[in-house]
Design a protein around this ligand. Structure first.
Ligand code: AMP
Length: 139
């Protein structure tokens, strides 16, 4: 299997506006949008705007930019869902559980004692509403 960046991956298409997404936040270097198979309410993804496959080929600048956005969105998501905490996850390469090969960080608002759901298609109206809740909490 090649470890080269493939610009036809689904997140590259979202970045180019070729397929839709529920945008939560963006700055010059990163984009955050909702995961369409949410494992918790408010499950969203932070990606760099520049090509990068995963944690293994990311530059320090890409990682720093993503963590800055993770910090901003995680606080907004915690507030929006009145969550008790946040789970941040990242999978690199197929063996690590990665399915989309553009670097991304999952942000999951968590409530005490509530497990994450299995990966399954979400209700699009609910996902849209949840995006709006995070956007509102960003102020
Ligand atoms: P992974 O590569 O295992 O970290 O997971 C990729 C994530 O991308 C999964 O949680 C999917 O639900 C999510 N995903 C796949 N396609 C889309 C899409 N078009 N919009 C938003 N999220 C997506």
């Amino acid at each position: 299997m090649s470890d080269a960046y493939d610009d036809q991956n689904i997140f590259a298409k979202i970045l180019r506006g070729e397929i839709p997404s529920f945008k939560v936040y963006e700055d010059d270097d990163t984009l955050c949008f909702m995961d369409i198979n949410p494992r918790t309410d408010g499950h969203c993804l932070v990606i760099p705007k520049t090509p990068c496959r995963n944690i293994l080929d990311a530059t320090p600048a890409q990682l720093a930019a993503c963590m800055k956005t993770v910090n901003i969105v995680a606080n907004a998501a915690k507030k929006a869902f009145d969550a008790d905490g946040i789970t941040l996850s990242q999978f690199s390469e197929a063996a690590g559980g990665q399915e989309v090969f553009h670097l991304h960080f999952h942000i999951h608002p968590r409530h005490t004692g509530v497990p994450m759901r299995p990966l399954a298609p979400g209700d699009m109206d609910a996902i849209k509403r949840h995006a709006e809740m995070i956007v509102a909490a960003l102020g």
